[in-house]
Each structure stands twice: as structure tokens, then as C-alpha cells.
Design a protein around this ligand. Structure first.
Ligand SMILES: C[S@@+](CC[C@H](N)C(=O)[O-])C[C@H]1O[C@@H](n2cnc3c(N)ncnc32)[C@H](O)[C@@H]1O
Length: 310
């Protein structure tokens, strides 16, 4: 197993886009191994405070340990970022200066075979980021209808052979429950063959992970909350790793920065002017420089978008 917990991506870009006030209150919605949190702490002054969320107990443990020297500036919350507004209110925090989302899974989660996130090692298909509750990959493969599985593989994995893979899953589970990554990989191999195997496995595992952790729903919920939470001039920074996430972020920022909207009156000749909630800061997504992409292959799919609360 990799000894590094997780190498953070676009670190200097995150600090540049996120920090507007050196003694403000920030939220790291996905603290993971604390890499970005540390960089933010090194950018702000000792008067700043950061509230760190993660739904994974290991991540909270690791970042607490790593960031020990800044502990008076930090609050850790082991919960989903979809519960952010309620959890911040419990801390009497109503407004913040910036929020970072570094979406998806950490290298630690991927590299830790017990968690079942990877098709590269034999493991029980757990795939929950928060292991305290919720359905596992084994549950999904065992209990979902063929149609539901096909929809997940197609919509969350963008896998073209979704229907055939779903049919094969049902065929195999009727003989014996599918419980490990290797068993699932064999099913995918039987449908897609050797040539497209790695790409299809990545898509199918991504699809299951998104379903199990309700990742897209969490993202939409949390983005909604940022409008209320951010001070005027406060920044929303999101790093996404696949097109489904990026589409949600892009659409949110576009809609909330629009200066006009269609009238509901079908006879109206003009759009209605509105006050936008956000101003887009990154006209195009910011991508890692080639040397970062070489150094950290995980960064190759990263896209950073930032918006400022108006
Ligand atoms: C890419 S890693 C973050 C790495 C981190 N920025 C660092 O520098 O180490 C994503 C983290 O977000 C967490 N996560 C994903 N979805 C979440 C959610 N809805 N609520 C809270 N944490 C979540 C995962 O458990 C994981 O630790």
C-alpha cells in the first residue's frame, strides 16, 4: 500500500482562488488527508479558522494527526458535506469566506484494498466512504433490479454495454452472490473482452461508487447551501474528476451567475433582469500544469472551477 495518504492536486491554484481574507472562516468540505487544508493554513494568518468535513473516519483521523500543530484553528466534522449548513449552524457559524470541494475518493481509499474501491486488488465490494452505515457494493449487486443496475452503469459510468453487463450480473448472482472485486471484474470481462476491459472496469466501479455514496446528490445539495453560507466576495472552489460532477458544477455556476432569466409569461418579449448570486472567476476550468500531471497521474482528470458570491 502507498504510504502517502493522498497527494493533493492544484494546491497553489486552490489557495489563490479560495483565500480572499487572511483571517476569515473557511470550509474544507473534503479534507481527506488534509493536504489542501494544510496549504490553506499556510496561506492564511493564525486568526483564520477552517472547518473540515469528511464522511470517512480514516480521513478525519489522518488529517487531525497531520494538522496537530494548527489544532486551535481547526474543527473536524465527521459527516457528509450535504449536512454542512446544519452542522455549521450548530457551531454558530452562519457565514464563511470560502469553501473548497475536492471531490471523489482519496488515494488512501483507492489503495486500501479492504475498502473495495478498486478493481486492481481482490477485496470485498464495500465501497462506502462512511463505513458506519448505508448500502455496500455487495448489497447493490445482490438486490437491485436488472433495469436499475443497467441505468446506474449507463448514467453514472457512461458504459455503453451497461445493459449486457447488468444482465450478466443478474445471471451470475442467481447462481451465487457476487461479493468481491475480482468476481465483478470477471463478469465485466465476459461482456467487454480483454481489449476494453480496464476502461470498462473503471466505469463500472465509478458507477457503483457514485450510487452507493449518492455522490451527485450530495454535490447538488451542498452547492445549494453555499449560496446562503458565503459572505459577499467569498469564494466557492470545486475540483472535479469526471464529467458528471463537472457538469453539475458548471451548470450551477452558470445558472447562478446569469444576469437575466426567461419570463414565465409566454407573451413577454424580453428576459427579466435578475441579481446573480455568483460571479464566475474561472472562465474556463483550470487544469494541472504538465509537470503536475506527470508527477501525479491522478491529477490528469482534475478540473478546478471557482465562483465568487456577489
Ligand atoms: C479527493 S479526496 C480529498 C483529498 C484532500 N483534498 C487532501 O488534500 O488530502 C476526497 C475526500 O472527500 C470525501 N468525501 C467525498 N464525498 C463526501 C461527502 N459527500 N461528504 C464528506 N466527505 C466526502 C472522501 O471521503 C475523501 O476523503
Amino acid at each position: 500500500m502507498n504510504t502517502e495518504y493522498h497527494e493533493p492536486v492544484l494546491v497553489s491554484e486552490v489557495c489563490e482562488y479560495l483565500v480572499t481574507s487572511h483571517d476569515g472562516i473557511y470550509v474544507d468540505a473534503t479534507t481527506g488527508g488534509g493536504g489542501h487544508t494544510k496549504a490553506i493554513l499556510e496561506t492564511v494568518s493564525p486568526g483564520a479558522r477552517i472547518v473540515c468535513f469528511d464522511r470517512d473516519a480514516d480521513a478525519i483521523g489522518e488529517s487531525k494527526r497531520k494538522l496537530q500543530q494548527w489544532k486551535s484553528q481547526l474543527t473536524f466534522i465527521h459527516d457528509v458535506f450535504g449536512a454542512m449548513q446544519d452542522r455549521l449552524q450548530q457551531l454558530s457559524i452562519n457565514k464563511i469566506n470560502g469553501i473548497l470541494f475536492d471531490l471523489g475518493v482519496s488515494s488512501f481509499q483507492i489503495n486500501n484494498a479492504d475498502r473495495g474501491f478498486t478493481y486492481q486488488q481482490e477485496a470485498k465490494l464495500d465501497m462506502r466512504m462512511d463505513m458506519r452505515s448505508g448500502i455496500t457494493g455487495v448489497d447493490v449487486l445482490q438486490t437491485y433490479k436488472e433495469r436499475e443496475l443497467a441505468d446506474i452503469f449507463f448514467h453514472y459510468g457512461e458504459e455503453r454495454k451497461a445493459r449486457r453487463i447488468a444482465r450478466k450480473v443478474v445471471e451470475e448472482r442467481n447462481k451465487k452472490p457476487i461479493t468481491t472485486s475480482t468476481e465483478l471484474a470477471e463478469i465485466v470481462r465476459a461482456i467487454v473482452g480483454e481489449r476494453h476491459l480496464v476502461k470498462s472496469l473503471a466505469r463500472i466501479f465509478q458507477a457503483l461508487r457514485i450510487e452507493i455514496n449518492a455522490e451527485l446528490d450530495q454535490l447538488s445539495k451542498a452547492l445549494e447551501q453555499t449560496t446562503d453560507l458565503l459572505h459577499t466576495g467569498g469564494r466557492l472552489v470545486v475540483i472535479s474528476y469526471h464529467s458528471l460532477e463537472d457538469r453539475i458544477v458548471k451548470r450551477f455556476m452558470k445558472e447562478r451567475s446569469a444576469k437575466s432569466k426567461r419570463s414565465e409569461d409566454p407573451f413577454a418579449r424580453q428576459d427579466i433582469e435578475i441579481d446573480p448570486d455568483f460571479r464566475i472567476v474561472t472562465k474556463k476550468p483550470v487544469l494541472p500544469q504538465p509537470d503536475e500531471q506527470r508527477r501525479n497521474p491522478r491529477s490528469r482528470s482534475a478540473k478546478l472551477r471557482a465562483a465568487e458570491r456577489c
